[in-house]
Design a protein around this ligand. Structure first.
Ligand SMILES: Nc1ncnc2c1ncn2[C@@H]1O[C@H](COP(=O)(O)OP(=O)(O)OP(=O)(O)O)[C@@H](O)[C@H]1O
Ligand SMILES: [Mg+2]
Length: 415
């Protein structure tokens, strides 16, 4: 006898109590876990409260008869194996019984020797059905898992395609940007080298000046492209450590000061801040110089630039505000893209369009974030947040502020 038969739970139902007892007795002796009921109602109550592997029921009983009991039992457990016993069965009842899922039909009186193989077959069938149901559940779970994996793969493929497209756009913008100053250098050098164009001393100086200017621009471009490429490849070793914001801000002010003076832009005096950051000092200086030089470059005559520092939820928030040209929502949407100059390519402000891209990547690499508020014709505020060394840092005084207008457009790049 197989192991599953050994432990099988059988519910025996017969209104003839002597027959019921005798059956339970025989089955008990064959190590079945047997429960006996003399009515369909009592059997149904048992089925509702206990799990059974097999229902062995008489066909004709007062109240709930055998077929109704099988139907009710299979509603409760579709895998239960059911066998009908009867002394007065007809072909019709046998067909009906099979239709509602009865596995076997035993004609009374029967001997234990003929009953046992029937039970064994039914229980084996029940075991197979359960196994099948379990396999189906496992298969469904696997199909769902595969579906989920497919979605993840699809998203990864789309992300790879997007990154690839971004790289192609970057490469074509880069070759265009490199070609412009190179063509200028070649053009002026050809004029200088040619005998066909008679040149006075003034012309020669002017052409050479243009070559130097284009050469410098080219060098800045190449350096910034290399810097960006290193940041993108994660090859920039950031020396993140404790650093005082005050000193770095003053250094950045000193660098941008002459440019501001030349353009008659007023840099508002810096208020003392005692905030300590956990960041790379050189890179923070680079970020501040980028933001301050933009605030000066894209300002108006006699405009203002100011910096305000405060702490916010464990971060130092540094806002660089100007009273300059400002940016429209469309311009804001593109300014962090490489080589994007927000339509100011032909202005007399030199630039590579990489400053904000590098700034944004560096801020994010130092676990910070950057956001912009701007109003065309009124001014912009570029706000960065960098982690404080200790979120319980000493409160700082706010520096003088020139925030952008109330109906300004915010634009945030997530960290
Ligand atoms: N404070 C600002 N006010 C108005 N427009 C700005 C401001 N900062 C940046 N922009 C616009 O965003 C564009 C991108 O700025 P970004 O700093 O990336 O490049 P850039 O200044 O042109 O060149 P560089 O690489 O030399 O910084 C600028 O060309 C400019 O049009
Ligand atoms: Mg810039």
């Amino acid at each position: 006898m197989s192991e599953s038969v050994w432990y099988a739970r059988i519910l025996v139902v017969d209104d003839q109590v002597t027959h019921l007892r005798a059956l339970c007795d025989i089955l008990g002796r064959h190590d079945f876990d047997t429960t006996g009921c003399s009515t369909g109602e009592a059997a149904l109550a048992e089925l509702k409260h206990h799990p059974f592997d097999l229902l062995l029921t008489d066909l004709v009983m007062p109240g709930i008869d055998g077929l109704s009991l099988v139907e009710a039992a299979r509603k409760l457990d579709p895998e239960i194996a059911c066998i009908i016993m009867t002394g007065e069965g007809t072909v019709d009842t046998a067909i009906k019984a099979m239709k509602i899922g009865v596995l076997d039909y035993i004609v009374k009186p029967f001997k234990a020797a003929s009953l046992l193989p029937v039970l064994e077959r039914a229980i084996e069938s029940r075991r197979l059905r359960r196994q099948n149901a379990m396999l189906e559940t496992a298969l469904r779970a696997r199909v769902e898992e595969l579906g989920r994996l497919n979605t993840v793969l699809d998203a990864a493929r789309k992300e790879a395609e997007r990154a690839n497209q971004e790289k192609s756009t970057f490469l074509s913008s880069m070759s265009h940007e490199l070609r412009t100053p190179l063509n200028s250098i070649l053009g002026f050098a050809q004029i200088l080298a040619s005998d066909k164009f008679p040149k006075g001393q003034g012309d020669t100086k002017h052409f050479a000046g243009n070559i130097v200017q284009a050469g410098r621009h080219l060098l800045t471009l190449v350096n910034e492209i290399l810097d960006l490429a290193k940041i993108e490849a994660g090859k920039v070793a950031l020396a993140v450590g404790p650093m005082a914001l005050d000193a770095v801000l003053r250094d950045a002010y000193a660098i941008v000061g002459p440019l501001a003076q030349a353009r008659r832009i007023r840099l508002a005096p810096l208020a003392e801040t005692r905030l300590e950051l956990s960041a790379d000092q050189t890179r923070v200086k680079q970020i501040l110089v980028n933001l301050l030089s933009n605030a000066v470059k894209y300002n108006r005559e006699h405009g203002h630039v100011s910096v305000r520092c405060e702490q916010h939820n464990g971060y130092a928030r540094i806002a660089v505000s100007d009273t300059g040209l400002g940016l429209t929502p469309e311009q804001l949407a593109a300014i962090f893209q490489p080589f994007s100059r927000a339509g100011r390519e032909d202005s007399n402000q030199e630039g590579t369009g990489l400053g904000l891209t590098i700034t944004q990547r560096l801020v994010v690499a130092m676990r910070g974030s950057i956001e912009v508020e701007s109003q065309p014709g009124v001014g912009s505020t570029f706000r960065i947040e960098l982690p404080l060394l200790d979120s319980a840092a000493i409160p700082t005084q706010a520096a003088s502020a020139t925030p952008a207008g109330a109906d300004s457009t915010p634009c945030r790049t997530p960290s």
